[in-house]
Design a protein. Structure first.
Length: 64
């Protein structure tokens, strides 16, 4: 967690941005939008997983 997650999210953002620009410039706006949406979903799933891990840790600490 932490820095690794930030670097992964940044890498996904850069990749999605480059793909988006390439698709837009080649006249594929719909695919560009879908690529952006897919990148957003991947990042949200990563963040949700980390939040779930955090809750599991808190539950373990407090024996809930």
């Amino acid at each position: 967690m932490g820095i690794d997650l930030i670097f992964k999210i940044a890498a996904i953002g850069i990749l999605v941005s480059v793909l988006n620009q390439l698709l837009v410039r080649s006249g594929r706006e719909e695919q560009a939008m879908l690529t952006t949406l897919a990148g957003l979903i991947v990042v949200l799933l990563m963040v949700i997983q980390e939040i779930s891990n955090l809750f599991d840790t808190v539950k373990t600490m407090f024996r809930l």
